[in-house]
Design a protein around this ligand. Sequence first.
Ligand code: ADP
Ligand code: LRH
Length: 476
Amino acid sequence: MSRYFLAVDIGASSGRHILGHMEEGNLKITEIYRFANGMTNKDGRLLWDVEYLLGEIKNGMRECVRLGKIPESMSIDTWAVDYVLLDEKDRVLGDVYGYRDERTAGCDDEVYRLIPENELYARTGIQKQMFNTIYQLMADRLQRPEILRMAKTFLMLPDYFSFCLTSKKVSEYTNATSTQLVSPDTKQWDKELLQILGYPTDIFLPLKMSGTEVGFLSKEVSKEVGFDCKVVLCSSHDTASAVMALPKENGDGLYISSGTWSLMGVELKKADCGKESRKANMTNEGGYDYRFRYLKNIMGLWMIQSVRHELKDEYSFAQLCGMAKENQDFPSRVDANDGCFMAPDSMRKEIQDYCRRTGQRVPETTGEMAAVIYRSLADCYGVTVRELERLTEKRYDSIHIIGGGANAEYLNQLTADATGKKVYAGPTEATAIGNLMAQLIKAGEFMGLSAARKCVYESFEIKEYQPQQKSETVVL
Ligand code: ADP
Ligand code: LRH
């Protein structure tokens, strides 16, 4: 009889339930449920509908019953930085903001008034992103102080969903590091930093590592979904789970975790919180087994997702890739990391405006638009590779692309061309696989991370792309 494990992986663009089991030494995965995700716009504020998401988590769990495959354990991962504040009765206080909301504008200055930016980096190693929790909490402090005053518990979103399922509150380490409030030395909340910033320190729970048991489903939830199982912690930051699934036993080398965001970097045993890393805006996010994800956030496939959405999803991503290829000689490029692409009303218009203001040809057709997006992204990868080689003082001969974006064959080839590196693409469900790996290690199916990574290499298809024409270095 197979032992089943359930990964609930919720990305910013979609969520899925993936059942995993071992078969003759290989990891087999089956997607049993998928649902759409995205921030909702409520009077100009960008919010997450956590009720909807919880409902979908339970809907997917019911599929296990329908299939007669009851998991031994389950685990939840989501995107980083967003959180809920709970009152004394464990009710969510106020709206749950999404990281693309503009409310943090100016909150960086207020943070740096209390602690200089270089000191903040030296003690957290986390890159500046206006959406980091540290700035979101400052927005709470300045714009809705009553909510922060009433808060009794702070939970990141995966921990909140685990709480809803089990009634047990546990905070997970990898996702917590994305707040920019955790020490890479102690691997715990930096309480002194919390105090400096004027945030309540008693709402933060001790951080626990992947593999920790949260608890069994509460009676009510168990009745609702039709079974009981343990909820355990995976590396609940989706990127941390994706990096676990790097199909390389020793985990060395470059990777891009490619989805709504492109996270490009390497794994380090020790965080690099030095000046050069800060200047390059590299981050040291916590990973499985006390490793660090030394990487850069790149705007990623958000741009093409947004354009597709504006076109009422008329084209599939594969079609958009095809159209981009047909227009590959279209010359204009944008800086994929420019803040103007973060949450524009119209991505098409924003890209057109960017090209116009920089004196470039303005893309008019969808194919031209897609060409600009994919080629600009690949150029950005090229620049980032060189930055990573400089900072780590190493040369890399290949890049592993993991996550949904590894399906984008045209982009994979462009990446090989723009970086001059061999590209290995897959697994495409890296995050869910990493989520399962943490559960399987806990269940004793793997000895540890290296054994699990070896199994990923053996279990999933990985495509190879050779660099063909080296594109010119673009200075962004
Ligand atoms: P997230 O978890 O951040 O929501 P995913 O890892 O699911 O994102 O990746 C979704 C992205 O992968 C899509 O936005 C799309 O750009 C890309 N993608 C998925 N399938 C394909 C495909 N067949 N061809 C090209 N791109 C694809
Ligand atoms: C990718 C991701 C990324 C974060 C962003 C908010 O899904 O978790 O690692 O920076 O979302």
